[in-house]
Design a protein around this ligand. Sequence first.
Ligand SMILES: [Zn+2]
Length: 206
Amino acid sequence: MWMVEGLEFLPRRLDFSSAGLGQHTTTAVMADGVQLVNALDLVDDGDPLQLIVCEHCGTIACQSGNWVSLRRLQAGLVFMPAFEEMARGSQERLECAPPYFTETKGIPWIQGSALTALAARTPFLADLARWPELTVREAALILQWESPRGFLTRFPDPPGLLPDTSAVVTHGENRATIAAATCFGSIAVCRGGGWEGAARARQLRL
Ligand SMILES: [Zn+2]
């Protein structure tokens, strides 16, 4: 997961004149230097929602891609791929694909002062309770999405190790992550920590 450290809010002017709509003044959101949102006032509160809208007309869904589903995780929000929609078929996987940064930087998890700053400009983000909590299944899909190639199956196949692969993880602070890891039958969660526990688990071929 990409734990976003800082957000920047940059004034932007989009040219919608080809759609007969003139100039549109808005705000872009940069997360750790990567564009998260291109027109903050055009983002709606749907599930999923499109973070980067068409720069020629500003209409949501005019262009495919750049969709996310927001989920609550501890005191933060995860901007995860719209797994539910993408699971419906190959067309939906194209239309509802997440932003490219989920491949290069990871899936954003925004919390703390960064979330406070974003919520101050986006009222529907201010009430965390209105967003569903990240489920164990979704955490497993996030692990799968971010895993190195050749290690786990790829979405939309069910999360799991590729044949003839074994793996060990050590636990972190996030209970959902541990629970998700245990979804993969072949992954051992080493509560003892460190390489010692990992080596033990490997020996036992858990
Ligand atoms: Zn358009």
